[in-house]
Write a protein that binds this ligand. Structure first.
Ligand SMILES: Nc1ncnc2c1ncn2[C@@H]1O[C@H](COP(=O)(O)OP(=O)(O)OP(=O)(O)O)[C@@H](O)[C@H]1O
Ligand SMILES: [Zn+2]
Length: 742
């Protein structure tokens, strides 16, 4: 039997089937040997959990050396055949050990050698009649009404214990509902698929009438139901993409199919989740990094058993089994957090497309600022290209003004023009949003006497001053030191703070606008659980007049009362060295800009800059994101950069600088032998930030105009890399389609 073991080793391992239990002649039930079950296997001197892949009849290993599987852990496979195919594809494409990929796809708790807790729980589910009943008919029976609401929201089953926990004792009301044929008993068993519901229940709130563009998009996608098709949904900010997703989810559910909705970050989901809950007759299952391992495992089983119509999740949810999957949606598909940056480095967006292809269902990649790769695929006709060119409802697109701040007196980093505009908007009862993509108080602390600058001991980076916490803090490795009272170098007391972060902006705004409610949204103010949702809610309720923050603000929020957006300091990113920097900057500007004027009140954007003539800003202003993207794609083509070539980045790091370079040199030697003529090797060179967290980092870039030769090189190279001697302290990783070259 062929097994993938939870270990960072390439390849699979063969075992004999499990032996009969001691003292019996009984052959263990063969029926349990189904690919996709977890098994416990002896591995070296220890035991490991693995996943059974195949019932092979031959082996390339020496049969006499094979050991027996110790135990089959699961009564049914956790992963269906199609899930195994997807994960094997991803492991292969991203050059990752299959065991690692498999166990990334499974909830953490399932990596432990513990049998599933399959104790059945008695529960109830709404019948077809119960799902469509107008709840008003139960107004004289409030307990029954509350019960039915909860039972309907739970999808196709909720345990008795959970019901009692939520609503107290409810036996009589349950009896009545059952007698009226509105609910029925069921058992809640992880791993046992419930029948597809397929019933279209009336949503709690019907939502707005779609505009003609939205109707067209919904039609195009629903026509593709039941077959593989990828779509780019390019919808300007505020064009009602969410509304389109909701209609598509409903349409899929009406066919008895599940939807997988992937979003980049959980910061987006408090609002999205509420919207989905309000509009759909079934509660979305939610998977993201902020939930406990136990909850993750429960949700995972619930979805895998087909007991949820929709799974809303961040990147790793892309591998969750969905037996009735009929639609995949990826929102904000341009967002870099869809790409995992450590361990198993995969792009949830690209895996989504592959998954849709394997399942045979449509996939929709939505964004106001599509990634250049995705645009390119749409231009080539590989993806259907759907557009929402106007804002939904009554909203107009915001007007953008570049504000040259050279020789302008700034207060709190704000020019006079911006300050005056802010006063006007606040006086009219509107909200203002200020975007400053740098957290902390000031990015630099320096000594006026000797020029000392606070630097990280472990990184090639400056320390950011956090005044409220009286710390100098490294944003790269997390190291910090207490705020010095005098210069650590010369002892002078004249220490100065240079530059502005959100903490400082917050302080200075409070002095400039004393009677105004100000809220700051960044990683420091939203560290506590639930704080982000609370802040967003306060903004939506109009309790905040000035909202300031980092790129967290750019993430798809709907702030209907914001009429003015100020972009304070993006000049640095205009000149960053990464070839993707212009794309990211343009996306950030357009996304932040898109928070203005989303409802009836028109929006304005003021972009402060010392480089008003910069071509990126000019093309964005003149031609919008589409014009910028066209120009940027032409430049990429010229420079033979993605999507006009394909990249793989081999990174290495170690406590000594020569170690990663030497490793990459020998890696290069192997690649030279394997490469076809048009595959290029660049490096090794030290990484842009060479030292980080006390480790020296270097990289070797592989570039190929076509994917085929790159894939052929990678196949042999990955094996060679795993076989290379690994000096102590060396870590290396291979990143396919790298997004971040730092
Ligand atoms: N057909 C419609 N008629 C009226 N209002 C609508 C319609 N569709 C959506 N809206 C409203 O328009 C606003 C913007 O919609 P939504 O948040 O879905 O936009 P979006 O395309 O996701 O924007 P972004 O890319 O900025 O996140 C919401 O308040 C939504 O309720
Ligand atoms: Zn550091």
């Amino acid at each position: 039997m062929r097994v993938a073991v939870a270990a960072p080793l390439l390849g699979t391992f063969d075992y004999w089937p499990p032996l009969a239990p001691c003292g019996t002649d009984a052959v263990p039930p063969r029926a349990g040997w189904v690919p996709g079950v977890r098994v416990l296997v002896p591995f070296g001197r220890s035991r490991r959990v693995g996943v059974l892949l195949e019932l092979a009849t031959t082996t390339e290993q020496d049969p006499t050396s094979l050991k027996h599987i110790e135990r089959v852990l699961d009564p049914q496979p956790l992963l269906a055949a199609v899930d195994l195919v997807l994960i094997r594809w991803a492991a292969d494409y991203y050059c990752q050990p299959l065991g690692e990929a498999l166990f990334t796809a499974l909830p953490v708790r399932l990596r432990r050698p513990r049998a599933l807790d399959l104790e059945q729980e008695r529960g109830v589910a709404a019948t077809a009649a119960g799902r469509v009943l107008d709840l008003a008919e139960l107004r004289r029976a409030p307990k029954q009404r509350a019960l039915l609401t909860v039972i309907r929201a739970a999808g196709s089953g909720i345990g008795r214990a959970e019901l009692t926990r939520q609503l107290g004792s409810c036996q009589p009301a349950l009896r009545h509902l059952r007698a009226r044929g509105l609910i029925e008993d069921c058992s809640i068993v992880p791993g046992v698929p419930a029948a597809a519901t397929g019933v279209r229940a009336a949503p709690a709130d019907a939502g707005p009438d779609l505009n003609p563009h939205q109707v067209e998009v919904v039609n195009q996608v629903t026509q593709a139901f039941g077959q593989f098709r990828s779509f780019l949904l390019e919808g300007v900010t505020g064009s009602g993409k969410t509304e389109v997703y909701i209609r598509l989810i409903q349409a899929a559910a009406a066919r008895g199919e599940q939807t997988l909705l992937i979003v980049p970050e959980i910061g987006l989901t408090p609002q999205l989740r509420q919207q989905l809950a309000a509009r759909l007759p079934f509660a979305p299952a939610v998977l993201h990094s902020g939930i406990s391992d136990g909850e993750r495992e429960r949700t995972w089983h619930q979805v895998a058993a087909g007991r949820s119509e929709i799974l809303l999740g961040t990147r790793s949810a892309i591998f969750t089994p969905l037996p009735r999957l009929g639609l995949i949606l990826v929102d904000e598909e341009h967002d870099t957090s869809l790409k995992q940056q450590d361990g198993f480095r995969y792009s949830a967006r690209d895996v989504a497309v592959r998954r849709a292809q394997l399942v045979g269902c449509p996939v929709v990649l939505g964004s106001a600022t599509p990634a250049l790769e995705t645009l390119h695929n749409a231009q080539l006709g590989r993806y259907g290209w759907l557009r929402l060119p106007v804002r939904a409802g009554a909203a107009a697109p915001p007007r953008i003004a570049l504000l040259d701040i050279r020789n302008q007196p700034l207060q709190a980093g704000l020019s006079g023009v911006l300050r005056e505009s802010m006063r006007g908007e606040i006086a009219s009862g509107n909200q203002v949003l200020l975007f400053l993509n740098r957290r902390g108080y000031a990015p630099v602390l320096t000594c006026h006497a000797c020029g000392w600058v606070g630097e990280c001991l472990h990184c090639d980076a400056r320390l950011t001053l956090h005044l409220a916490r009286r710390r100098l803090w490294c944003h790269h490795c997390g190291w910090f030191q207490p705020l010095p009272r005098a210069c650590p170098s010369c002892g002078d007391a004249d220490l100065r703070m240079l530059g502005q972060g959100t903490e400082r902006l917050d302080d200075e705004l409070r002095a400039l606008f004393p009677a105004t409610a100000i809220a700051r949204l960044d990683r420091d103010t939203t560290r506590r659980q639930g704080e982000l949702a609370r802040l967003l809610e306060a903004v939506r309720r109009g309790e905040v007049q000035i909202l300031l923050g980092t790129q967290m603000l750019a993430k798809g929020h709907d702030f209907p009362r914001v009429t003015l957006v100020g972009i304070l300091d993006l000049d640095q990113s205009l000149y960053a060295s990464d070839f993707r920097a212009p794309e990211r900057t343009a996306q950030l500007i357009v996304q932040v800009t898109g928070r203005a004027g989303r409802a009836e009140r028109p929006g304005r954007v003021v972009l402060q800059t010392r480089h008003p003539e910069h071509p990126l800003l000019q093309s964005l202003l003149r031609d919008g994101y589409a014009g910028f993207a066209a120009a940027a794609l032409a430049e990429r083509q010229e420079a033979e950069l993605p999507p006009f070539s394909h990249l793989a980045l081999l990174r290495a790091e170690a406590p000594m600088p020569e170690v990663p370079m030497a490793f990459l040199m020998s890696a290069r030697t192997h690649a030279e032998v394997l490469r076809e003529p048009d595959v290029h090797l660049w490096g090794p060179i030290p990484a842009p930030m060479e030292r980080r967290a006390a480790r020296y980092r270097a990289q070797l870039l592989v570039q190929s105009p076509r994917r085929g030769p790159l894939r052929r090189l990678l196949a042999g190279w990955t094996r060679a890399l795993h076989a290379l001697p690994r000096p102590r302290g060396l870590r290396w990783s291979l990143d396919i389609d790298p997004q971040d070259m730092s």
